[in-house]
Ligand binder design. Structure first.
Ligand SMILES: [Zn+2]
Length: 83
C-alpha cells in the first residue's frame, strides 16, 4: 500500500474529474478508460504474443512434418525460448 499525499487509494478522472478508486479501470461517470494509457505495455505484450504464436506454429509444423522454415532456423528459434 502506497501513501498518497491527496487521498489514499483515490485517483481522478482526467476527462471529467470524478473521484475514483485507485483500482478502477474506467470512470464510473463518463466511462473514460484508464487502460488506454497502457499502450506501450500492450504493444510489448502483442509482440510477445506474436512471437509465441510463431514459435507454436513452427513447432506444430515440425510435429506434423509440414515444416516450411528450414531446420537450422527452427533450431535457433527453439533454442532461444528454451534458454
Ligand atoms: Zn470521467
Amino acid at each position: 500500500m502506497q501513501k498518497n499525499k491527496i487521498k489514499k487509494g483515490v485517483k481522478y478522472c482526467p476527462q471529467c474529474g470524478a473521484e475514483l478508486k485507485a483500482e478502477d479501470k474506467f470512470c464510473l461517470k463518463c466511462g473514460y478508460s484508464f487502460e488506454k494509457r497502457k499502450k506501450k505495455v500492450n504493444i510489448k505484450r502483442l509482440i510477445i504474443a506474436i512471437i509465441i504464436i510463431i514459435i507454436a506454429w513452427a513447432a506444430l509444423r515440425v510435429i506434423t512434418g509440414n515444416t516450411i522454415i528450414p531446420q537450422p532456423i527452427l533450431n535457433l528459434i527453439t533454442n532461444k525460448t528454451a534458454g
